[in-house]
Design a protein around this ligand. Structure first.
Ligand code: ADP
Ligand code: ADP
Ligand code: ZN
Length: 217
């Protein structure tokens, strides 16, 4: 138990959590657990859970805690998470954070906050491109594909997320401030939070995240 490491990436929509999680997961040797990706998988497989989550996701609202918690705890019970895991997009509410703390018991998670100004968020999301094949994240302007619509990593098809449309992003951002931002204080009060400036080149953000984890060790 004491060897397990649980790292939480916090930050507004479009802050770069997914982009950094892919690299950190590799660097730390921890599985990347993204509740957004898990929900999108359920949506594309048209599962019961996907059908229940769909309306919330499309309107930029949070999926109710009980659905999220069941899915998340099921995922982190898998053998690959036995030594720890990297959470991206979870927790997103105080009750989710409390449920996680209860599950972890004496083990302390480390939360890393990616700070990005609201003014940058809509542009980050509006240009986001995701590979249908391998999940690689690119951006029309900040990480443009060599060939339009084609993933640089695998040659697969790049697509937009439905909920990255500006009106929905603004709603997601409001929901972030109302329901998720209180987690900053929650983890800060426990001495479990570090802040990183997310408005830098991805390599610089990554270096800062790694430095924070080394300090906390
Ligand atoms: P982003 O990375 O842009 O912040 P995500 O991919 O993490 O977005 O999440 C997409 C949507 O999935 C959210 O808007 C929400 O509807 C749902 N979702 C993902 N994770 C959670 C969670 N922990 N709690 C509630 N809803 C969630
Ligand atoms: P999140 O998971 O927090 O919603 P993503 O990692 O999916 O965020 O990033 C959102 C968009 O912003 C993507 O198109 C990504 O390519 C781009 N992006 C990520 N990090 C940076 C950065 N440091 N600078 C500029 N664009 C970035
Ligand atoms: Zn790809």
């Amino acid at each position: 138990m004491s060897d397990r490491r649980v790292v939480i990436l916090l930050g507004p929509p479009g802050a770069g959590k997914g982009t950094q999680a892919v690299r950190l997961s590799d660097g730390l040797g921890l599985p990347h657990v993204s509740t957004g990706d898990l929900f999108r998988e359920n949506l594309s497989n048209d599962t019961e859970l996907g059908r229940r989550a769909k309306g919330f996701m499309e309107s930029g609202q949070l999926v109710p805690d009980e659905l999220v918690l069941e899915m998340l705890f099921d995922r982190v019970s898998k053998p690959d998470c036995a030594e720890g895991y990297l959470l991206d997009g979870f927790p997103r509410t105080i009750p989710q954070a409390e449920s996680l703390a209860e599950r972890l018991g004496a083990e302390t998670p480390r939360a890393l906050l990616l700070e990005v100004d609201d003014a940058l968020i809509v542009g980050r999301a509006a240009g986001r491109l995701i590979c249908k094949g391998c999940g690689n994240i690119q951006h029309l302007e900040f990480s443009p594909p060599a060939k339009a619509g084609v993933c640089d990593a695998c040659g697969g098809e790049l697509q937009r997320r439905k909920d990255d449309e500006p009106d929905v992003v603004r709603e997601r951002l409001a929901v972030y401030h109302e329901q998720t931002a209180p987690l900053v204080g929650f983890y800060e009060n426990k001495g479990q939070l570090k802040r990183v400036n997310g408005d830098q080149k991805p390599d610089a953000v990554y270096a800062d995240l790694v430095r924070c984890l080394e300090e906390a060790a």
